[in-house]
Ligand binder design. Structure first.
Ligand code: HAM
Length: 438
C-alpha cells in the first residue's frame, strides 16, 4: 500500500518535536476526550437497560482468529492487519474489529445463552488515512450469541438507532439487506460469478483480478467500472430461500412496528465474510459519502462454528466513535457536556486552604479545582475562568484569620459576592449552585 495522503496538521505555534503519534493515529485530548467519555457512558447505560454485559478481552489474538472470521480474501485480512510475532514466536495480530474476539471468548468460556454483550475498544487497520479513517479508531459495539430470532435483529438495530438519535443526530439513514444463509448464498454466488464472468472486462482493475475469489466485493465497489457492471447484476433478494425471506420480512416488520425507518440496499454486503442474513449500516448524511458509515453490523450465524465452537447464531454491530463525533460536529449535536467543576478555590495564603477546601468539597460530591505554586490572585482568577467553574471560593489573609471564605459568582452577568463562615461553606455552595442560571 502506498504511503498516506493524510497527516493531521502540525501546530505551527509549537516547536518541532522528535516524535509524533504514528501516521493515521491521533491523540484525543481534553476537552474532546470529555465527549468520548459521554459517548461511552451513554452507550453503557443503554446497554445496561437492554440487559447487555461488558466484555473486555485482549487487544491481540492468534492471527488465525481474525483470518478465519473476517475471511482470507477480505480487505481487512489481506491488506490491513497489524500482524506480529511475539518473543515466544507466536503469530498474533492487533484486533481490527471487535466481533471475532467476542466470539472467540464465547467459544472458550461457553456462557449460558443468549449471551448479550457490549464492548468499547480500539481497532487497528492499516488503511489509507484520511479524515474519518484512521489506523487506530475506536468502536462501541454489541454482540448477541445464541438466538436466531429476528426480533433480536430488531433489538440490536434499535439499540444503535436510539443511541445515535439520543445524541441529537437527525440526518441518519438506515440501510438493510439480507445476505442469505448456507443454503441460498452458494446458489446466488454461483449466479453472480456467472454474471461477472460475462462482464469481467468492464470491472475495475482490482476486481478484474479478484472477482472470482471474492465476487461479493464487486457489489459494494465504488469504482466506475464495477458500478457500471452492477446495473444488471442478479439481486441477492431474488435468490433468498424461504426461511431467509421470512426472517428478513420479520425484521422489516419489527422495525416498522417500533417506528424505525429503513431502506433496502441490495449492495450492502459489508467487508467481512462472516455475515449471514441481516446486514445493516447507519449513514450520517451530514458527512462525506466515503466516510459516512457511523455504525454497522449484521448476523454471523456460522462464525462460532468457524472458530471451533458449536453452531451458534450471532448478531451485532460496531459503531465508530470518531465518526460519530464528526457527525455530531457536522450537525451541531452533543454540544455542552457540562463537564466543568463547580468551584475554584483561590488561595492567597500559600496553598493550605486550597488543599483543605478542595478536599472537603470533593468529598461532598462537589467538583473543585485549585491552582498550584502560590500564583498571584490575577493568575488564579484567570485559571478559575478557564476551568469553567461557576463559583470562586477565595481565601486571603483576612478570611484565614476570621475563618471565612469569600464566595463569588463567576458568571459574566453576575455580580454576587459575599463572605461566608468557613464551616458553612458546603451549605452555602450548595445553595448558590441551586440558584438557576439566568
Ligand atoms: P465495520 O463496519 O468495519 O464493522 O466497522 C464498524 C464502524 O467502525 C464503521 O461503521 C465505522 O463507523 C467505524 N470504522 C471502521 N473503520 C474505521 C476507520 N479506519 N477509521 C474510523 N472509523 C472506522 C465491524 O467492525 C464489525 N465488527 C461490526 C459488527 C459487529 N458486525 C457484527 N458485529
Amino acid at each position: 500500500m502506498s504511503e498516506p495522503v493524510f497527516e493531521p496538521a502540525a501546530d505551527e505555534a509549537l516547536p518541532p518535536v522528535s516524535f509524533r503519534a504514528p501516521t493515521g493515529t491521533r491523540d484525543i485530548l481534553p476537552p474532546e476526550s470529555a465527549r468520548v467519555i459521554a459517548l461511552v457512558a451513554r452507550f453503557a447505560e443503554l446497554c445496561r437497560r437492554a440487559g447487555y454485559g461488558l466484555v473486555l478481552s485482549p487487544l491481540f489474538e492468534d492471527v488465525a482468529v481474525f483470518r478465519r472470521s473476517a475471511g482470507e480474501e477480505s480487505e481487512v485480512v489481506k491488506d490491513e492487519m497489524y500482524e506480529f510475532a511475539d518473543k515466544g514466536g507466536r503469530a498474533l495480530a492487533l484486533r481490527p474489529e471487535g466481533t471475532a474476539s467476542v466470539v472467540r471468548a464465547y467459544v472458550q468460556h461457553r456462557p449460558p445463552l443468549p449471551w448479550k454483550t457490549w464492548y468499547v475498544t480500539p481497532a487497528f487497520r492499516y488503511e489509507r488515512p484520511q479524515a474519518g479513517r484512521y489506523r487506530q479508531h475506536h468502536q462501541l459495539g454489541v454482540e448477541v450469541l445464541g438466538t436466531e430470532d429476528p426480533d433480536c435483529d430488531v433489538e440490536v438495530i434499535a439499540l444503535l438507532h436510539d443511541f445515535l438519535r439520543a445524541l441529537g443526530l437527525e440526518r441518519l439513514e438506515l440501510k438493510i439487506n439480507s445476505m442469505g444463509d448456507a443454503v441460498c448464498m452458494p446458489t446466488y454466488r454461483a449466479a453472480l460469478v456467472a454474471y461477472l464472468g460475462q462482464h469481467q472486462s468492464g470491472l475495475c482493475p482490482e476486481h478484474k483480478e479478484r472477482w472470482r475469489r471474492n465476487p461479493l466485493r464487486v457489489l459494494d465497489c465504488k469504482k466506475a467500472g464495477c458500478q457500471q457492471v452492477r446495473v444488471g447484476v442478479p439481486r441477492l433478494a431474488d435468490w433468498l430461500c424461504e426461511p431467509c425471506r421470512m426472517h428478513f420480512a420479520r425484521v422489516r416488520a419489527g422495525l416498522d412496528a417500533i417506528g424505525i425507518a429503513w431502506r433496502i440496499d441490495d449492495f450492502l454486503v459489508r467487508g467481512f465474510d462472516y455475515y449471514t442474513r441481516t446486514t445493516f449500516e447507519f449513514a450520517a448524511l451530514a458527512l462525506d459519502a466515503a466516510q459516512n458509515a457511523v455504525g454497522g453490523g449484521g448476523r454471523y450465524d456460522g462464525l462460532a462454528e468457524q472458530l471451533g465452537g458449536p453452531r451458534t447464531a450471532g448478531i451485532g454491530f460496531g459503531c465508530g466513535i470518531e465518526r460519530v463525533l464528526l457527525a455530531c460536529d457536522a450537525e451541531g449535536a452533543l454540544g455542552d457536556l457540562g463537564g466543568a467543576v463547580e468551584v475554584f478555590v483561590v488561595d492567597l495564603t500559600g496553598g493550605g486552604a486550597a488543599r483543605d477546601l478542595t478536599h472537603v468539597l470533593r468529598r461532598a460530591g462537589i467538583g473543585a479545582e485549585r491552582a498550584f505554586d502560590a500564583r498571584s490572585m490575577k493568575a488564579q482568577l484567570k485559571l478559575a475562568d478557564r476551568s469553567g467553574a461557576r463559583l470562586a471560593a477565595i481565601v486571603g489573609a483576612s478570611e484565614l484569620e476570621s475563618a471565612t471564605v469569600t464566595l463569588r459568582d463567576l458568571r459574566a452577568d453576575q455580580r454576587r459576592q459575599s463572605v461566608v463562615a468557613r464551616d458553612r461553606l458546603l451549605d452555602e455552595v450548595r445553595s448558590w449552585l441551586a440558584v438557576p442560571a439566568q
